[in-house]
Design a protein around this ligand. Structure first.
Ligand code: SER
Length: 601
């Protein structure tokens, strides 16, 4: 078995012996980038250097970088998804390029001195070609020259072989290295392009040559750079042909400990995996200065800790255990990340503190939740009326009195086949936050403070904006709440990450084009199910009667700009609306963004 610790250690040793300076991992929380909560890729802290700033330790660097991605948090517990992971990387800042980079990767993977993998188990991909850059024959030739058979090289499009951290910033074609996961050796002619599923990516060499300024502009970087990334967890699973990351030395002992804590008969594998993943991420977050809070990084941390505690609770374990699990991670990572070693006591204390606070209320909160569910059952038995939605005010009580992060209430609801009135929750939440609200807010329906001309215009803009958001960001966007006064609209919607300036202006353009198109607003009464099936956009369907009003906004050019469930009121003449402008885009709660926008006359 190849251990994760061995891969990490050998990797850094190999690159040290190839004249790379080994740099410490940057903290999980980006130092100068308020646009993301955590580092999500190994290259993120090095962006300034890829863009040309000289690095104090030279042009050849290697590291193990701590990363956190929370986008797939609900999938944690399966075989592969993790919130915290480590990315091994080697970097050339205008020093070596394709030839040496590929040669070093090959040597590290196959040389007897290093990982000693069987070359026959490896295949690679290179960039095929597109309008931005030519086919990467150079990389393919280098691979061939060091012994890679031609039938193990696949040319794939940008979707697979072009790497960028985001819509702007350093980017370039890459060559990716895959390991065969199937039985025995791969048949001849098999590569990632022909037989994808059995080939698992273990390493990505990105040839950073460009800086994307916007959707249409690609500039050449001052120097050609290399950014490689090897995710330790995935690499360990793959090289050992394991089924799940929890079988690796990174997790196996922790799962065993959880089993012994909760007792074999209570043990639940998925729950234990969630605990192991979440407390590992929590350990690293606290080591990098994050503490449990109700906003930003602190909120993510709080959610992770509380979710872990609830999983133990579900296994019938109600005593403190988080510091005990953390101490295993402290031991595992102390020699690797200085911050873990230095903050060992703090990690355990913060966890215990949060656990103490939450445990006190968890039991009562779950009891309160059960009461709600029972209430639904009783109502159904008595009157045949089936309620499946938890009122926003109840969800807020769970949040405020019992310290349930809203995501936990959502999760409990899901487990019971119920939904939560998020709009109502947000309203209660805002009231509590004592955000500035106009006295009249909430008096009118549809989140409108009044039915004056300005407010009505902003309401129409709101619909156009939602359609624009769905067009630019995808169908995952839905309304999560709105509040409109005569001065501005405030709109909450589901979306996992911060919008880029390009996305914001694309949405503004969409709305302004619609405004200029002499919109006609029509109202149709439709059967609710039919409306839903025909793609009418709407949230909170359950609040509406069987026959619903569907508003369509169609331009004189024939384009349908918005089709949405609503009850009005809307403008009569769109050209009087003025110019639409988004003035703020920020996080509202986890997975929910908030926009403030105005109409300028
Ligand atoms: N930036 C690339 C990745 O994250 C290589 O490090 O895959």
């Amino acid at each position: 078995m190849i251990l994760a610790s061995e891969i990490r250690q050998k990797y850094l040793e190999f690159f040290r012996s190839n004249n790379h300076a080994i740099i410490p991992s940057a903290p999980l929380v980006p130092e100068n980038d308020p646009s993301v909560l955590f580092n999500t890729a190994g290259m993120q802290p090095l962006v300034p250097y890829l863009l040309g700033e000289p690095h104090p330790l030279g042009k050849r660097l290697a590291d193990a970088q701590k990363c956190v991605r929370t986008g797939d948090i609900d999938d944690v517990g399966d075989d592969t998804h993790l919130t915290f992971f480590e990315m091994l990387g080697n970097w050339s800042l205008g020093d070596y390029f394709k030839r040496e980079s590929i040669a070093m990767s090959w040597e590290f993977l196959t040389s007897k001195e290093w990982l000693a993998l069987d070359p026959e188990m490896i295949s690679v991909t290179v960039f095929e070609w597109d309008a931005n850059a030519p086919r990467d024959e150079e990389s393919a030739e280098i691979w061939k020259s060091i012994g890679m058979p031609e039938d193990r090289i696949a040319y794939l499009p940008a979707e697979d072989n072009w790497w960028a951290a985001g819509p702007t910033g350093p980017c370039g074609p890459d060559t990716e290295i895959f390991y065969w996961m199937g039985e025995g050796k791969p048949p001849r002619g098999s590569n990632k392009g022909t037989d994808s599923k059995m080939w698992m990516e273990i390493w990505n060499n990105v040839f950073m040559q460009y800086n994307r300024i916007d959707a249409n502009t690609l500039e050449t970087l001052p120097a050609q750079c290399v950014d490689t990334g090897m995710g330790i967890e995935r690499c360990t699973v793959t090289l050992n042909k394991m089924k799940s990351v929890y079988e690796t030395d990174l997790f196996a002992p922790v799962l065993a400990r959880i089993k012994s804590i909760v007792g074999e008969s209570n043990y639940n594998e998925r729950g234990a995996r969630i605990i192991a993943d979440h407390l590992r991420a929590a350990t690293h977050m606290i080591s990098d200065g994050v503490t449990p809070k109700n906003i930003d990084q602190g909120y993510i941390l709080r959610r992770l800790i509380r979710r872990a505690i609830r999983e133990a609770y579900k296994m019938g374990y109600e005593q403190a255990f988080t510091a005990d699990i953390a101490s295993m991670y402290i031991e595992q990572f102390s020699g690797i990340y200085e911050s873990v070693k230095i903050n060992a006591e703090k990690i355990k204390n913060e966890l215990s503190l949060e656990e103490g606070k939450f445990s006190k209320t968890l039991k009562d909160g779950v009891r309160e939740f059960d009461k709600i569910v029972n209430g639904f059952k009783i109502a159904f038995e008595r009157s045949g009326q089936k309620v499946t939605q938890i009122a926003g005010s109840k969800a807020f009580t769970l949040f405020d009195t019992y310290w349930f992060p809203i995501e936990m209430t959502l999760e409990l609801a899901r487990e019971n086949g119920l939904t939560v009135d998020m709009d109502g929750f947000n309203t209660a939440f805002e009231k509590h936050q004592e955000l500035s609200r106009t006295a009249a807010a909430g008096k009118f329906k549809w989140g409108l403070a009044d039915d004056g001309v300005e407010t009505t215009a902003l309401h129409s803009a709101c619909h156009l904006m939602l359609a624009g958001l769905r067009k630019v960001l995808g169908d995952g966007v839905h309304q999560a709440g709105s509040n409109i006064t005569a001065e501005r609209l405030r709109f909450d919607f589901t979306h996992p990450e911060k919008m880029t300036p390009e996305q914001i202006s694309a949405v503004e353009d969409y709305v302004n084009e619609a405004i200029q198109s002499e919109l006609t607003v029509t109202i149709t009464n439709m059967d609710k199910n039919e409306a839903k099936a025909s793609g009418v956009e709407g949230s909170f369907w359950e609040k509406y009667p069987d026959i619903v009003k569907v508003y369509s906004m169609v331009g004189a050019n024939g384009v349908t700009y918005s089709r949405e469930l609503c009850g009005g009121p809307h403008v009569e003449n769109s050209q009087e609306m003025g110019k639409f402008k988004i003035v703020k885009e920020e996080s509202s709660s986890a997975g929910v963004r908030r926009i403030k926008a105005v109409l300028e006359k």
